[in-house]
Design a protein around this ligand. Structure first.
Ligand SMILES: C[S@@+](CC[C@H](N)C(=O)[O-])C[C@H]1O[C@@H](n2cnc3c(N)ncnc32)[C@H](O)[C@@H]1O
Length: 238
């Protein structure tokens, strides 16, 4: 069976994501806090590069974006040309990365928990592998998502997002539906994410070669609590 994430992150996802009101300035400031413009940085599961481009515009010199969605990477590469930026975008599966020597890897936007436990663990090992010793790993996922039903539209599509968070198992699942206003066609894509809790993640990180762990509940360094919007974890490769 094809994994949901193979189809989900496409041109339509990109259109819908444009309507998002995330405060990307806070994300950029958070990253700024931990590194400088000369460090070698990886935006892991970068999508169409919304965060990497913010850093490139702040004169970060050595940026790589890794993702497996060829559709989103195509958009990223087009933006790279248009903005005359020099981000190195690569199409790779995060589960199987070769050895690298990044100073910093950030893994933001709830890009984890898509697979089974074995593969999710493999991802953390893989991230450890692409960092240099002492390198920094920054992780962020939504912590306590609300059940949602939202409807929005742009010039061509009506979008609906429906999502549910099953608190007991910490499964976050839902569906994006798109109605093309011109040809009246409908298409929908489901997602299903295991939002591991803080302690599970810390165990996973520790068991895969990370230490010096700190965590917060938001990109403004808010303390983490059960109801925090985000879970952000910082750790170092041993
Ligand atoms: C929710 S998006 C977040 C994108 C980006 N980090 C952001 O905040 O805008 C998750 C991204 O993970 C990518 N992804 C999912 N599974 C992957 C895998 N096995 N290897 C590489 N990328 C993957 C998807 O293609 C998608 O771009």
């Amino acid at each position: 069976m094809i994994h949901w994430s193979n189809n989900f992150f496409n041109d339509l996802y990109y259109r819908f994501d444009q309507l998002k009101t995330d405060n990307i300035i806070n994300i950029k400031n958070f990253i700024n806090h931990f590194c400088n413009q000369n460090e070698v940085i990886c935006d892991l599961c970068c999508g169409y590069g919304r965060i990497a481009f913010k850093l490139a515009n702040e004169n970060y010199k050595y940026l790589t974006g890794i993702d497996k969605s060829s559709e989103l990477l195509q958009i990223a590469k087009k933006t790279n040309k248009e903005q005359n930026t020099n981000i190195n975008f690569m199409c790779k599966d995060v589960r199987f990365l070769e050895k690298g020597d990044f100073d910093l890897v950030f893994f933001f936007g709830t890009s984890f928990g898509y697979y089974n436990d074995r593969d999710n663990n493999r991802i953390i090992k893989s991230i450890n592998n692409i960092l240099k010793p002492g390198g920094l790993f920054l992780f962020q996922q939504v912590n306590n998502p609300q059940n949602l039903f939202i409807k929005e539209e742009d010039s061509k599509y009506t979008f609906k997002k429906q999502s549910f968070f099953h608190e007991d198992e910490r499964i976050y699942e839902g569906e994006y539906s798109f109605h093309n206003k011109f040809n009246q066609k409908n298409i929908s894509y489901k997602f299903n994410i295991h939002l591991y809790n803080k302690d599970e993640l810390i165990d996973m990180f520790t068991n895969n070669g990370f230490n010096s762990i700190e965590y917060w509940g938001g990109f403004n360094f808010e303390s983490f609590g059960k109801d925090s919007k985000d879970l952000i974890i910082k750790s170092l490769k041993l």
